[in-house]
Each structure stands twice: as C-alpha cells, then as structure tokens.
Write a protein that binds this ligand. Sequence first.
Ligand code: PGA
Length: 250
Amino acid sequence: MRKPIIAGNWKMNKNPAEAKALVAELKPLVKDANCDVVVCVPATDFESVRTEIAGTNIHLGAQNVHFKESGAYTGELSADMLCSSGVEYVIIGHSERRQYFGETDATVNQRVLAAVKAGLKVILCVGEKKEEREAGYTDALVEYQTLIALTGLTDEQVSEVVIAYEPVWAIGTGLTATDEQANETIGVIRKGIERKYGKDVAEKVRIQYGGSMKPGNVKGLMAQPEIDGGLIGGASLKAADFSAIVNFDK
Ligand code: PGA
C-alpha cells in the first residue's frame, strides 16, 4: 500500500509573515492526516515556515533547485542550500518552469540527480499540453518525460521519487482531468516505470494528480486506484481548502 501524499505548491505567493500565518492556521487542521503533508513555499519563506512547523506533521518543500553544487549561477539555489535550510522535498520540472524559464527534459534530469544526491525528496512534474492530448500524444509524452527525468538513478532511488502528473491544460484553469482520465494517464506512467525498472519499483512509486484539485473533486480523484495524492496550487493558499483536501478520507 502506498501512503498518499498531498503537497501544496504556493508558487510565487506569500511573504514570510503571511506564510507563517497560513501554516499556523493549517497545523491544527491537518494534524490527524493519514497522508504525508508538504508545503512547497518560496525560498524567502523557508525560515518562517520551518520554525512554525517544527514538531508537526507538515514537511517543508521548495519549488526548484539548481543542478550545480555551487558557483557562478546568479539567482540560483543549490540542493545543499535547500537541505541546510530545513527543506525536505523539492518540486522539479513544473510546467511553469518548462513554459517560462527554459526548463528542458535534460535540465530536469540534472536537477533530479543533484537533488537525490543531496538527500532531497523529489516531486517530479510531468504532463501534456492541450494540443498534445488532442493529437493523441499524451501517453508517449508522459512516459518519455518521466523516464528521461529519472535517467541515472538506481532502482531504489526511483522508487522513492514522487511523480506529479499535471496536465498543463488543467493547471490554474479550473479545468480538471476527469477521475478516469487522470487514473488512466497515471497508469501509463506506472507501466512505463515497470517496463524499465520492474514491477516492485513501479508498485512503490507514488504518483500524484495535479491541476485544479480542490475540496470538491479530491474524493473522486483519490478513489481511483492509481492516484496516490495531489499537487495543489491555488487551493493550497487557503488553510480551509488545503486541509479539506488533506483530510479527503475523513
Ligand atoms: P492548480 O496548480 O492547483 O492551481 O491548478 C497545480 C500546480 O500547478 O501544481
């Protein structure tokens, strides 16, 4: 049995004081969660969030990581910098990074390798655009994105990666993949992992759905056998909504 994992992706929202207030409100609401609870916050919020969640079941995440250990990379943060700031998880390859910041499958792979080497837990994002789904390329694309991103990891390391299947057309749009669509594509990702790494690894990997997940649709999505959690954008910015998603099984 895979333990569900619900992660918030705050994107470029909340200053340190707002961040502290949000997690302070969240703490009592998610304390009895049966899933892993993560908040991926802007780097400027690491310190205030880390202090506020100390001793709770909420885990700290970042939204990107650079692949070099140090050096002349203005504006970037290394995996070691994240670890030493109390960060446990890192989102890699989010579609907004692919769309606006020149992220490629090759750089996603480099980031994954650097993060895993440093001991960070990776949330790897994959997903198709609307025109790619309409052209019938979804399955081939998500399998390719997933396998290329994991290249160079051992079987054991792969089994610990969290994958977020996020159809690009469903992110921040209010459009959600149907429960069946999300389940089917996540099944395709798992089959791809099975072909390359074997059944044991494929059965262990947790695969989330992301894209306009909210309190109203979480139960249906989480009832699907392949879906092991959610990566939540907009709805993670409100304690009531995010906690309702975390408590989907109550
Ligand atoms: P959304 O974002 O929940 O606002 O659609 C999800 C994401 O981008 O991770």
